[in-house]
Ligand binder design. Sequence first.
Ligand code: BG6
Length: 469
Amino acid sequence: MNKTYKDQFPDNFLWGGAVAANQVEGGWDEGGKGLDLASCFLRGLTNGFIGLPDTDKYHPEREAIDFYHRYKEDIRLFSELGFKVFRTSIHWTRIFPTGEEKEPSEEGLKFYDDLFDELLKYGIQPLITISHYEMPYHLVEKYGSWRSRRLIDFFERYCRVIFNRYKDKVKYWLTFNEINNIRRNAGYVGGIIFKENENRMQSIYQASHNMFVANAKAIRLCHEIIPDAKIGCMMSLSNIYPNNCDPVAVFETQDVRRRSLFFGDVMLKGYYPTYIYRLWKENDVHIEMQDGDLELISKYKNEFPAFSYYRTTTHEAGQPYFGDTGGDVGTPNPYLETSEWGWQIDPIGFRYTLNELWDRYQVPLFPVENGLGAKDVVVNGKIHDDYRIEYLKKHLNALKEAIKDGVDVMGYAYWGPIDIVSAGTLEMEKRYGFIYVDKDNDGNGTLERIRKDSFEWYKQVIDSNGKDL
Ligand code: BG6
């Protein structure tokens, strides 16, 4: 047999789970923390509206699941599951409350020191997203967010501080969560609040360029300060199919997909791909670049793409795909089942995506978000979430098939191993967890943690290194 053929998960496979600070921590105004972008959302990722928070309304992410005070209990449960890796983010505003301070907040830094120590105590590697919708809101208001190059300096200062502080504790880093979603959700991802009559594409691609430069500078710093660390980019790569074999639908599908992969092309290959110039030309987009930007981008590339994969949608010929300003819509796919939130469940799409990315980039991949958001019912203190087990089983089998196809995969981090506030709809009851959190959409509940049936199931998957699926 060919020596490179693998039919099992590799021995050092990083099994684990992923969350984001803004969706779990709470403590939104504790420890000197500043106001962040996510706390300013009134309606969540799906509708993408931002404005100053309305203090009369209930905002679930302000207390979230109180991970800020309960992380020790939660990490103990993750260790019981056998996690090798745990992904979370650093709340930028705990370290620099407005983003502009010259000196970081010691209290904020200390919080993450303790959190990482707690993970390492159980042999769990932290995988840290530097920015997951948590940029200081002050930078949005004062500078118009990533439209301004000033943000590059603020981000670089933030990176320097956290790399220096955590260099002995964190060896896996990600720069911007789902950076490619800026093309369709500029507010949530990049803090871009559009003005009337603004050329939206211009702002989006200018902000993206500034983020690419910031990404390259972060990579440079990371390599200087933590030579044994790996730093990836992170993209939203749920996939899209043509809804039939009409060549127009097929071509447009390739086109819309490429608008996402464009971000990986720049950050992993190190240059602007030729196809982007036509889009810019036809939409009157003129990107301001400074001398040295393209060299930086070409020299400092991410070592791996991390990505989220939840579902697939379909594209019909002629259907607007919202270019760069809206969400992708999609027609129903009759071959797939749909979650309670209308997301079409597609394990083969996961294998397809893994192969697509491997073929394109030829670097190890890290799926760091995948999971099922569903309503759970507690019956006599138990949660029988066989639907979640089913989702996971099918997706992990698809992942194993991709490994057999020859794809190099670093690990798998299930999204929301403990129930958290949803980013899309800002609710608690879209639950992903193996661990139930007693809290409802209106904030009622004791915050008690309860193991669901899926807890035991995922635990034995990790125990057997994916042999028992
Ligand atoms: C991704 C985000 O878009 O999807 C997460 O990185 C988010 O922050 C996840 O929570 C799932 O979406 P939702 O809307 O179900 O929370």
